[in-house]
Design a protein around this ligand. Structure first.
Ligand code: SAM
Length: 225
């Protein structure tokens, strides 16, 4: 199985930055703890990346956020913290256990009125959101099954308003983007989505490389034209 390989100094620097600059609140810490207690994988974004999501939501003035991949609600809570009073967030998750743990965390964080968890395969949820007239969204965060990344990007363009922000996690994947044999399961989906990001007529994008507790990875940032 593919494993990330964080170096100890990256983890130490991330812990320092989290403590000195990022300041995750107790509800966010509870999201991490509850996931561990429930035996869920520790594949949430790093605290500094979560805070980046919150700041991006605020900086772009996003009011309607769509997330693909909830886990225990860590990134959901960060983005929810960046919403204005009338803001809303829809998050897609297909595992009932993850959705249940996430809901407890989101509610305890005081975001129960703003956040809706949609249970089921995200591709079905995204089609339902379109049918229900829930678009357009101002900000879309993609962080679920990597095989479907290109499909999620297509949906982001379809459901996002012109000028909306798209963020795609895991854009470097320990360098597997230039050596797909490292992870034949996930790398093709990640590479395909990056290629789509680079050539899509309605997307303007870049990728920031990151290191930390999640290893060597990256955040792709895009704007819908
Ligand atoms: N964004 C979360 C965070 O940073 O706190 C982490 C999300 S985790 C990387 C991916 C989540 O997507 C998992 O909870 C997984 O069950 C869910 N997932 C995977 N494939 C999915 C699919 N096809 N539809 C909906 N959710 C899916």
């Amino acid at each position: 199985m593919f494993e990330h390989q964080p170096r100890p100094e990256w983890i130490a620097a991330e812990e320092f930055l989290s403590r000195v600059v990022v300041h995750p609140d107790p509800a966010l810490q509870q999201a991490i703890n509850s996931a561990a207690e429930a035996g869920m994988p520790a594949i949430e974004v790093a605290p500094n990346a979560g805070k980046l999501l919150k700041l991006l939501v605020q900086l772009t003035g996003a009011r309607r956020v769509l997330e693909i991949g909830t886990l225990a609600g860590f990134s959901t809570i960060w983005m929810g913290r960046g919403l204005p009073p009338d803001g809303t967030l829809v998050t897609c998750e297909f595992l009932p256990k993850h959705a249940e743990v996430a809901w407890a965390n989101i509610d305890a964080a005081g975001l129960g009125e703003k956040v809706e968890i949609r249970l089921g395969p995200a591709l079905e949820t995204l089609a339902a959101l379109e049918e229900e007239g829930r678009a357009p969204f101002d900000f879309i965060f993609i962080d679920a099954d990597k095989e479907n990344n290109s499909r999620y990007l297509d949906w982001a363009v379809r459901l996002g308003r012109p000028g909306a922000t798209v963020v795609l996690d895991n854009a470097v994947w320990e360098g597997a983007i230039v050596d797909p044999a490292m992870d034949p399961v996930n790398a093709p989906g990640i590479i395909g989505a990056l290629e789509l990001l680079g050539k899509h007529p309605r997307l303007d994008a870049t990728v920031i490389q990151t290191v930390g507790s999640k290893g060597w990875d990256g955040f792709a940032l895009g704007r819908i034209r």
